[in-house]
Design a binder for this molecule. Structure first.
Ligand SMILES: [Zn+2]
Length: 155
């Protein structure tokens, strides 16, 4: 079934259901489609109006969403951003508690432990490595995991 918005020669607007577009043409041709107001069979389909809301309406519909990206950093954090910060802090706290800090010697220390048998029982280590060092460690089969950047402690 198709619903058509129709308009008669007098400008009366109404709608009617047809089983198909050809059924509408046939019934109209046979004079079976009549305006319910004036009975005119001089009926045509109305032009479709595009279903795009006016700009004014759309802006008023979601003020919060539109304002968020422009908010100054830190003052209007979304729940997700707060959660990410919290997770980053927890990861750092865990690493500091469980792992041994080796500073800039991370790459050589990781290789030494890996050569000694994977260091599975040993305390994990953490430290500083360049992206280049981390990549070559991974290529050597030594798992390294980047720490998420620690969020600003001001909040
Ligand atoms: Zn009419």
């Amino acid at each position: 079934m198709i619903r058509y918005d129709l308009e008669c020669g007098e400008g009366h607007v109404f709608d009617a259901w047809f089983s198909s577009s050809s059924a509408f043409e046939e019934q109209r041709g046979a004079g079976l489609v009549a305006c319910p107001v004036c009975g005119s069979v001089d009926v045509r389909k109305r032009l479709m109006k595009p279903a795009i809301p006016a700009k004014g309406n759309r802006a008023a519909g979601s003020p919060a969403e539109e304002a968020a990206p422009d908010a100054p950093g830190g003052t209007a954090l979304s729940g997700k951003a707060k959660m990410m910060r919290q997770m980053a802090r927890e990861v750092h706290a865990l690493v500091r508690e469980k792992a041994e800090y080796v500073g800039g010697a991370f790459a050589s220390e990781a290789r030494r432990r890996h050569a000694e048998g994977g260091g599975k029982a040993a305390r994990p280590i953490w430290g500083e490595a360049s992206a280049e060092e981390a990549r070559s460690l991974n290529e050597e089969g030594i798992e390294v995991m980047p720490l998420p950047p620690l969020p600003d402690e001001k909040n």
